[in-house]
Design a protein around this ligand. Sequence first.
Ligand code: CS2
Ligand code: MN
Length: 358
Amino acid sequence: MNMTWRWYGEGNDNITLDHIRQIPGVMGIVWSLHDKVAGEVWEMERIQEVADQITAKGFSTAVVESVNVHDDIKIGLPTRDKYIDIYIDTIRKLATVGVKVICYNFMPVFDWTRTELYKELPDGSNALFYEKAAITDNPREMVDRILKGAGQFTMPGWEPERLAKLDELFAAYADVTEDKLFSNLQYFLERIIPVCEEVDIKMAIHPDDPAWPIFGLPRIIRSRDTIRRFLDLVDSPYNGLTFCTGSLGTNPENDLPAMIREFHDRIYFAHIRNVKVFDNGDFIEVSHRGRDGSVDVAEVVKAYHENGYTGYVRPDHGRHLWGEEKNCRPGYGLYDRAMGIMYLLGVWDSLDNVKGAK
Ligand code: CS2
Ligand code: MN
């Protein structure tokens, strides 16, 4: 496995590349131009600048998360072609700085959704929490709560300017059924995948988080069957997956190791994290250690190991520890993610059963 770390960029995060260099085993930086909203042009100079910072510290630039997809593409409006052209322009530019995998998602309106950003765990740390009953009919209420909780930070997919027009967005999605969303995704893929084949970049869709529809909006990457349907939309090795155990693991019916065994040759990016799912369907993010939550993380790593997985991996979210929540992005502190890496590499190396395993 090729271990990576999601970094928000210089001056954009309290975690620097020098911090990351001290975490054993990290080979690559997962990066993006985080100030770009979906549909904006990515200028080559900006791309080059970040890529240079990353390579100067000896890291690979191979994974970008995310290049977000404009709502017009997801809704299927006539303006989608213009935004797909911009997307293709970004793919071509990213190829010139060594990008091999682009992670993106196709969730309507909201990226990952939680109801609380700093829910205290019994050990005194805190983490992202989802309370089913708190998802009411009023998305505005939830949006305000999340934006307030995030304070100074803008979280991916939670851009205040875009969410200010929530009513309009919901109205625009009114006719978008699950089938329609699948066919809009197919339209998008049929245009971009030939370019990816040409420039050798794998597209890796991120599953929906949580793995069920919310606020009446369809969510289509959520289970074994929907993933199979997705892969068949465009049956090219360049049309692949980010397999996020945290997102898919919110539904205990998803047998994650079995899904990894089935889909491993189309998984290009593994997000590994644990969630504890309660009987009423609420869930909270916990440490990577398998026995702390509902995801058998060691078994997940074993499924990758068995299949000789050589793709990119990152510890997904972590808890906020030792007071760092005052100063870090929700879910993206330093300590728990660093410990998560050591857990993942520990399991992997023990499976290698080799002294000084690589
Ligand atoms: C990420 C997602 O922070 C997270 O939960 O896994 O925001 C992810 O970056 C996007 O869904 C991918 O487009
Ligand atoms: Mn993820």
